[in-house]
Structure formats: C-alpha cells, structure tokens
Ligand binder design. Structure first.
Ligand SMILES: Nc1ncnc2c1ncn2[C@@H]1O[C@H](COP(=O)(O)OP(=O)(O)OP(=O)(O)O)[C@@H](O)[C@H]1O
Ligand SMILES: [Mg+2]
Length: 580
C-alpha cells in the first residue's frame, strides 16, 4: 500500500493513501526510503515523523508502510555497542558510509555474522514458559547474557542446539515447529511485561555520600538531576554509571551542542569498571544522538534506551538507565509538535509533555521477571537542563511530579567548586523512609538517627548564616560558632566528594556512617567542652578539623581502624583542654 507525500515540514511529513496503516507504524519515506513513524492520522492524511534529514525530499514521492511499530532488536551484541536513537549501530554505519551518515541506510542493530557460544540451560522434552531462561552466552567477561523465551511464547522442546550460532540461528525448536533464536524484537513504546512489582525497600547505592545518606533512592526508583549550565550533571551521571550498584548501564545521550556527545563518545570507551578493571563498556549500552541527527530520532531514543534496559531487567539484572539530558529530549518533542501545528502548552511544549514523561518514568521498577525467578530492576536517573537554572520551567516541573527524588544541582555550589553540587536544602527523596530499615540493618543501627542529626545541623547552620549576614560573625555566641564550624566540616568533609580521587570517588555506606559518627561526635564533644569552660579558640586550634576533612581519602577497609583511633583522639584532645 503506497502513499504519497503531500506536505513536508522539517521532520514532519504528511502523506495520503495510508488509510490502512495504523498509528505508530514504521514507514519508509521517499525514493531514499527514509525511516519514519506514523504519529497522527486525520481522515485520509497521515502525519509522519521522519528519523532522518528530510531535505531533498519532494512532494509526490512514495511512502510505504511496513505494518510494524518501531522496534528494537534484543540479544547478544548489545553490550559495548553505541546506537543512535533508532538503534542503528553507529560504528558499523560509520564504516559503511564514511564519517557522515548516508540517509536511508538500513543496518541491523545486532551483528548477523558474529557467532556466539550458546550454552543451553534446558533440554529436549522440557516445557517452556514465557520469560524462562533457555541458555546463556558469555557476552563479555563481566556479564552472562541470559537468553529468554520471548513474552507470549510457550511450548515443549523438540530440539536444543548448543554451540556456536549467529543471533538469528535457531537454538531451540519447539514441538510445533516454532524456532527460538537468540534475537528478540520489541516495540519501543510498549513496556515489556513482568510478573509483578516489588516494593522499593532496597536502595540503589550510588557511592555518593550526599545521595546515599541524605537523598537515597530505591532500586527501581526514579530521580531527576536538574542543574544549570556547568553544574556537574554529566560528571554525576558518569560517576553513577561507574559506581552505582547496577549490573548493566544504559546511557542515553541527548545532546544539543555538537561537541557534547562527542565527549560522551570519547569518554565512555575509556572509563574503567572499578569492579573488574575491564572497560566499563563491557556492561554498558550507549544510545546517543549527536546534534546533526534529526530531532525525531532524539524523541525515540529514550524509548529505545528503556526497552533495552527492561530486556536486561528481564534476565534478572539490576540496570541503571541515565538520560543526559531529558530537556533536549523535551525540546525534540516540542519541535516535532510545533511542526505538526499542535496547540502549544507552557513555553511552547506540547500539552502532553507531562503525560509522556510520566509514561517514560513509569517503566522504572523492581520486579519479578516473567520467568518467575529472582528479581530485576530498572532505575532511571534523568538529568534536566533548565534554561538559566530556573527550576520553575515546564520540564523540571513536569518531571518532578512523576519521579521519586530531586537531586538539585546548585549553581552557587558549583561556582564555589563544592562537588557534587547537590543542594541539600532543595533536594528531596520520597524513598528515605522505606529504605531506613535496609540502612539500619546493613550499614549500622545509628544510620537513621545520625542522618537526621546531620540534616538538623545543616539546617541550624543555614539559620545562623542568615543572622551572621545581618550582624556579623563576632556578634554570635561561641556555642553557635561551633555549630557553624561543625556544619562546615560536614559540608566539606562529608557532602563534598571528589569524583576524580581514586578512593574518594565512591563511598560505601559503612564508611559513610563512620564519617558521620566522627563528624557528629566532634560536634557534640566540642559543644560540651565549650559549656565546660574551654575556649572556642582552643578547640579551633586542635587541628582536629584537618583530620576530619580528609576522611574521604581513607580506604573503606581501613575506616574502622582509623575511625576508632580518631574517635579516641577527639575524646582525649578535648578532655585535655577541659583539664587544663
Ligand atoms: N563531582 C565532581 N568533582 C569534581 N569536579 C566536578 C564534579 N562535577 C563537575 N565538576 C566540574 O564541573 C565541570 C562541569 O561539569 P559537567 O560537564 O558535568 O556539567 P553539566 O551540568 O553537565 O554542564 P552542561 O550544562 O554544559 O551540560 C566539569 O568539567 C568539572 O570540572
Ligand atoms: Mg552536561
């Protein structure tokens, strides 16, 4: 069934003659067979968003529907790969077309030639149900790629074919003759099914003290990182990719400026996996949109990314999906919408912006997979780049309503080079209470109390700083000066964390708890010493602060020994002062 182009407006193309095609079907547009998707049907006219540059396309050129929705390929070969927003493998395309992407190139996402060693986990006569693991492929050293029965498929096995196979070769044959290969397809705009959701009681540990301690999220939870220009969104997302407790990382890069994504492309392949020393790419899938790619592909990219993430979840893995940045995705949505001449909502974004964001973040979760064994999770962290760092804009606001935590980056902190520049006064998490039990059990019983105490200290400092602004530091009491000093140590010694220091870059909860213990112990003991007549100057002269400020550099394995010693030292030093 052929249609004809009747109108072209950037990425939006209108065609007639596609009456029998359905919404969200993939079409091939023009003589060059550019890839597109039907996004609106009005009477005899279908509106398409085209994933490739439309210049040169002419009215009257043919449009052919493929009858299929936009799908991704899932199977061995995903890890370490770099895809564009519609899952075209960028390295393979570059090899085909030179450095620029030729239009209309159709290239399978997964390599058809490459052979993988399929190790079966099932045998002839076994009864298979959907989601069940039929075998594994050691795709990379760090990760076994589990091959699953696709959703909706079940039956009894007639034959199993172990050994080397390409992704499309049959590895299991069912009694009714159906063949299962290692390759699955899934429509990106539909969430992959699972058996049931699990409660958010397990943390998604990030290794960042300010996040894990003050604003933790659950595995399968969602958080946004809004931050103005240069506040550290990208560094934080990369730090999460490296250190967060996830088996697989899916990174969706939506760049605006040309160099932004080439940075990702040059940085990521060099990142080392701190767990294994192997390249981080061994358990990473990159989906990137460079600025020379059409906006429609950027719109699709977050769905491509989350579908891949769900696929690894279904194998029983914990997956971290990071998007940098969702604002660039929303701008793509806005541009397509304006080409469609839709009624604009706030700041020109379509009125369905919030719904779309909601549908996307809803796909996060910790679940029992279809196969019924173990658990898998997709945790989603989306960066937001509000223009001018103003969080009242539509993308930040709409994202806030559909996610569980706000990790707000502060321009002021970044300017003072306090990194990660998480604004502790503005950030929040809805997961803290559900996770308390885990932290108390796994890190230490005082976790909850110390966390609250630390937050109170920061709050008191804020109030005191306001007074200091008005009357000056000299005008406040020594007891208050000690509060300010303790809060400074907490900020600089605990909340601040260097992404580039070998040891400090990632901090396990046990070490974080020791740091809190020491910092707060100093705060209490100093206050007590003051009330017992020790002078403020004497306390400040002990130089205990220098030790407390460098706790981040203590290797986690030595923390207990060094921590206990420092605890005693604090006590003895202050006791000496009281005695003298
Ligand atoms: N955790 C950190 N530790 C040390 N330095 C940091 C950290 N985070 C950010 N920086 C510094 O801030 C700079 C800007 O960070 P980054 O590129 O992540 O900001 P961004 O918010 O992504 O900016 P943009 O708005 O341009 O995308 C980095 O190049 C680095 O020098
Ligand atoms: Mg950035």
């Amino acid at each position: 069934m052929d249609g004809r182009i009747v109108k072209i407006s950037g990425p939006a193309v209108v065609a007639n003659g596609l009456e029998e095609a359905g919404l969200n079907e993939v079409v091939r547009v023009g003589h060059e067979r550019l890839m597109g998707e039907i996004i609106r049907i009005r009477g005899a006219l279908a509106t398409l968003q085209v994933y490739e540059e439309t210049t040169g396309l002419a009215l009257g050129e043919p449009v052919v529907s493929t009858g299929e929705p936009l799908t991704v390929e899932l199977g061995p070969g995903l890890l370490g790969q770099i895809f564009d927003g519609i899952q075209r493998p960028l390295p393979a395309l570059a090899a085909l077309a030179g450095d620029f992407l030729r239009r209309g190139i159709a290239h399978p996402a997964l390599d058809r030639q490459k052979r993988w060693r399929f190790e079966p986990k099932v045998a002839t006569g076994d009864r298979l149900t959907e989601g069940q693991i039929i075998g594994v492929v050691r795709e990379t050293a760090g990760l076994a790629h589990r091959i699953l029965v696709p959703p909706g498929v079940s039956g009894t096995i007639r034959e199993v074919k172990p050994g080397e196979a390409a992704v499309t070769d049959p590895v299991v044959v069912l009694e009714d003759g159906r063949q299962l290969s290692m390759l699955q397809r899934w429509p990106v705009r539909r969430r992959r099914p699972f058996r049931r959701r699990l409660t958010p009681e397990l943390p998604f540990l990030t290794g960042q003290r300010v996040l894990d301690c003050f604003f933790p999220i659950a595995a399968g939870g969602t958080a946004i990182i809004p931050g103005g220009f240069g506040t550290g969104k990208t560094v934080l997302e990369q730090t999460l990719a490296k250190f967060a407790a996830a088996d697989v990382i899916v990174f969706v890069g939506c760049g605006e400026r040309g160099n932004e994504m080439s940075e990702v492309l040059s940085d990521f392949p060099h990142l080392e996996d701190p767990r294994t020393g192997a390249p981080l790419m061994d358990r990473t899938v990159l989906v990137v949109n460079t600025s020379n790619m059409p906006v429609a592909a950027r719109e699709a990219s977050i769905y491509t990314g989350i579908t891949i993430a769900e696929y690894f979840r279904d194998m029983g893995y914990h997956v971290a999906l990071t998007v940098d940045s969702t604002s660039r995705w929303a701008e793509a949505l806005r541009e397509v919408s304006s080409r469609l001449e839709e009624m604009p909502g706030e700041e020109g974004y379509p009125t369905y912006l919030a719904t779309r964001l909601g549908q996307f973040y809803e796909r996060a979760g910790r679940v029992v997979p279809l196969g019924g064994d173990g658990e898998g999770a997709v945790t989603v962290v989306g960066a937001v780049s509000p223009p001018g760092g103003d969080f009242s804009e539509p993308v930040t606001q709409a994202s806030l309503r559909v996610t569980g935590a706000l990790w707000a980056l502060s321009t002021d902190l970044a300017y003072r080079r306090h990194f990660p520049a998480i604004d502790w006064a503005q950030s929040f998490t809805l997961y803290a209470e559900r996770l308390q039990e885990w932290f108390a059990r796994e890190a230490g019983a005082e976790w909850v109390a110390l966390r609250e105490e630390a937050m109170r200290l920061l709050q008191r400092e804020r109030e005191l700083q306001e007074i200091v602004q008005l009357v000056g530091l000299e005008a406040i009491q020594d007891q208050e000066r000690i509060v300010i000093e303790s809060a400074r140590l907490l900020r600089e010694g605990f909340l601040r964390q260097s992404a580039f220091h070998e040891v400090d870059a990632s901090c396990p909860p046990g070490k974080a708890l020791w740091m809190l213990r020491l910092l707060l112990h100093f705060s209490w003991s100093a206050a007590r010493s003051l009330s017992e007549g020790v002078s403020l100057a004497a306390i400040l002269e002990t130089r205990l602060d220098e030790r407390l400020l460098r706790l981040g550099e203590v290797p986690p394995g030595e923390m207990e020994t060094i921590g206990s010693a420092l605890m005693t030292e604090i006590d003895e030093t202050l006791k000496r002062l009281r005695g003298s």
